[in-house]
Design a protein. Sequence first.
Length: 306
Amino acid sequence: MSAAEGRDLVFVGGTGRSGTHALARLIGCHRHFADVPIEARFHCNKRGMPDLLEGRITLRAYLEKLRGFWWHRVRVDGQPRGLYNLLTRRDFDAALGAFEAGYGDDPIRSCRTLFWALLGPTAERQGKPGLVEMSSHNVREAQALGRIFPEARIIHALRDGRDSAASVSGKTWGPGSVLSGIDWWAERLRAIDAGVRGEEDGAPYAIAAERFHVVLLDELVAGGREQAYADLWSFLGVEQDEQARAHFDQQMTAEAAHLGRWRSQLSRATQALVMRRYERTISALEREGNHAAPPLRAALGGTAAP
């Protein structure tokens, strides 16, 4: 095992617009963890490592997407994104060449080695022993990531669905309204739950409890914030430090998180419709046994809607 592969590893994911970036930045302020500054995606998104390992795509197709879309892409707002931000093309090509040569003999090992070859230098440059990565699909692909990285900790960044819906409905690629945004958010929670839920021996989760943690953004920035903050570091197995605490105090606030933003965008009549839709959605998630339902219900308060 290389020095890079021996690092502590944390994956943060969620529905999108759920606080994944904010949470990863907080963890990356700690002296123990370096945060990858982009969503790397090649290890968890569609046509990524899970699809490759399950035979849904070929090795050639995977490498084509790595060398193209995941190396360099331009968002709809004109901003470039991709792995080119993290390493030179020479190092990138060398890593992919080694991966291609070894994949047939040991697919899991090769995926693991590729991940660390591409992202490990981020931690090395910062001189930190741990790494945190924030692609939103991380939790959805928790079972696959658990096979490749059995030592990794996985955090589900969760947010009030009304605020997630309000945020995503303002995007060119998102739903057209907060009401439809709640449905968008709920379907992604269902996909995430399927990604973490175990199917053998009656175990509720495929990922061991000590490796899986839910962080509700609303608690972290408002009510219950001190307990949520302490619980985070306890889960990660490190002591709190001053730099992370300063970031938490100054940046992780209800104002910065736009808590309750959904109300500011809507009339009173539409707010009532959204509230009703949201209560019914939480109730449906409870009936389905979704792991995200209990903290969402506790944050909402009250009893289930009929």
